[in-house]
Each structure stands twice: as C-alpha cells, then as structure tokens.
Design a protein around this ligand. Structure first.
Ligand SMILES: Nc1ncnc2c1ncn2[C@@H]1O[C@H](COP(=O)(O)OP(=O)(O)OP(=O)(O)O)[C@@H](O)[C@H]1O
Ligand SMILES: [Mg+2]
Length: 297
C-alpha cells in the first residue's frame, strides 16, 4: 500500500463561519478512522489549539519555523488522541503578517516550512486552519496546499463571500500554485429548513455542483460547548447531532480524498481467486458501527 499526504486548507475570509470547528472535528473523525492527521493552527486566536486540549506555549507554533530558528519537527505536538497531532498557535503568530509580509519568499514560506513533513509521508492529512482574513498568512497557506475546503453558512450574501475566496484561489492557481483545487464547500451551522436557508443552499449547489458536500452540519449546542472542554465534539458526545454530522462528513471527505492506494496485483495468477483485485480491508470501528459508517476506501 502506498500513501500520499494530502494538504487541505480550511479557509474563508469571513469570521465565525465554522472553520475551526470543522478543522477540529474533521481531524478528530479522520484520526478515529485510523488516518494520521497533522493540524496546523495558523490563527493567532489559537482556538484550534485550545479546542484540541492544548495550551498556548511560547515558541511552539509555526512562527519559529517561518523565522528559520526551529526545525518543523520540534513544534509538532501530540494530542491526547491517537493519530492526531498539531502544530499549535501562540501569540507571536499575530506578528507574522507584519514581520514576514515584506519577505521575498513570503508566498512560499508556509509551503517551505511544511515541506519536510509532507515529504516524510508520516501523515495522511495535513489540515491548515486559516485566520479570517485574506492576508499574507492565509495567502501563503493557499500556496502550501493541494485543496481548499470552504465552510459557509447558508445566509444572505453567501455567494458574494464565496466569490471573494474563489477569486483568490483562482489567482493563486494561475501564479504560484497551479495544482491548487477547490476541494469543496460545506454548509455549517444550518438552522432549519427556513426558506432563505434552502434558497441559498440551492443557489450554491446550482453554481458549484458536486464541489458542495452532501453532508450538512446542523447548528447544535453540543458543538458549541465542546471547545471550552478542550475535546472535539466527535469524542465528547459522539451521538449528538453535530458529532454524527461531522463523522458523516469525514466519511465523505475521506472518500473524495483518498490517501492510501493498494496497487493492483500482477495479472498472472495460478488460482482464479488470486486474480481478483486487491481491496483494502474496511476498517469498521465500534463507533462507526453505531453511526452506520463503513470505511469509504
Ligand atoms: N454546528 C455548530 N453548532 C453550534 N455552534 C457552532 C457550530 N459550529 C460552530 N459553532 C460555534 O460558532 C462559533 C464560530 O465557530 P468557529 O470558531 O469554528 O468559526 P471560525 O470560522 O473558525 O471563526 P474565526 O473566523 O474567528 O476563526 C464558535 O463559538 C463555535 O463553537
Ligand atoms: Mg477559527
């Protein structure tokens, strides 16, 4: 079996749309599916760091790696959960926009900082949590990634917000990162079947087609309570509506973004049964069985 690390930036210049919640719970649900995950908290607010149960620690973030004073391996921290690791954020990162904004290599700085991790092949997924602005940190995150996942709320002007970020993606694709893809769009904090919600969702689905994930994340109080306990809701209350939705979303995400590939067996086989294509054994965990999930790969 071969493995290819996928880097995904979760981004939207609009604040409070569920970026961090999606990073934390997608990463947690993938790790529970035995995928190795590295979360990179690029937001000086450090909400991802706290939501995954870590404290802010001076010198432990991507900042000293960008500054060239620490190797990236020194800032990768384990979390309490297997397969789930993080490069945390800290207050210094707030200075990155100003301090590194004039550097010639500013667009490539995050890509270069993460290159050794990518090349090591240790992780299935590297998931970047972007700050809510189209500044240098978010732009260089888009240069460092294979795909961009955009969480949005089904609200008035949602399409305008999408046009801004998809415009940025297009500019970066045409210049520094030709491989950059719109990974997808996921609706978060969906309240009800209110007419406006349904209209906005239809408009976005009509425009972006299959780029829009089928799974929709509902507004759920357990999701909003989990960060203060430093535990992703998919672990804190796996049966809550929010956790179930994030687990289903992770299943859909993993199916669309496979990272492990089983090469076909050579055609010459002495026994007919041996000529069947090799299929990776599904990994069904107790928790998956409860939610009716099976492994998409
Ligand atoms: N499905 C949900 N149900 C209820 N509350 C939610 C849900 N998703 C997110 N929230 C809450 O909404 C708020 C904003 O979410 P989050 O921090 O994930 O957004 P963000 O886009 O990362 O924000 P920022 O732009 O500030 O980084 C948080 O208080 C979070 O707990
Ligand atoms: Mg956030």
């Amino acid at each position: 079996m071969t493995r290819q690390t996928k880097t995904i930036a979760i981004a939207n210049q609009k604040g409070g749309v569920g970026k961090t919640t999606t990073v934390v719970n997608l990463a947690a649900a993938l790790s529970a599916r035995r995928r190795t995950v590295l979360v990179v908290d690029l937001d000086p607010q450090a909400h991802t760091t706290l939501a995954l149960g870590l404290e802010k620690t001076a010198g432990v973030s991507i900042y000293p790696v960008l500054a060239g004073v620490k190797p990236v391996d020194d800032v990768i921290q384990p979390t309490k959960w297997d397969n789930l690791n993080i490069i945390p954020s800290e207050v210094d990162l707030a200075g990155a926009e100003l301090e590194f904004g004039a550097r010639q290599d500013r667009l490539e700085m995050i890509r270069a900082a993460l290159a050794p991790v990518r090349e090591s092949g240790v992780f299935d997924y590297i998931i970047l949590d972007c700050p809510p602005s189209l500044g240098i940190v978010m732009t260089s995150a888009l240069v460092a990634t294979d795909g961009v996942l955009i969480p949005i709320q089904a609200e008035y002007l949602a399409m305008d917000g999408l046009a801004l970020i998809t415009g940025s993606i297009e500019r970066i694709r045409q210049s520094v990162n030709p491989g950059l893809e719109l990974n997808g769009i996921v609706f978060t904090m969906v309240n009800s079947t209110a007419k406006l919600t349904a209209d906005v969702m239809n408009e976005v689905r009509n425009h972006f087609g299959e780029k829009v994930y089928e799974t929709v994340i509902p507004r759920n109080v357990r999701v909003s309570e989990a960060p203060s306990m430093g535990v992703p809701v998919v672990f804190l209350d796996p049966r809550s509506k929010g956790a179930q939705a994030y687990k289903t979303f992770a299943w859909e995400f993993q199916a669309k973004n496979p990272t492990r590939f089983t090469p076909p067996r050579p055609p010459a086989a002495s026994h007919p049964a041996e000529s069947a294509p090799a299929v990776e054994k599904p990994e069904v965990k107790a928790d998956d069985a409860v939610s009716g999930d099976t492994d998409p790969q």
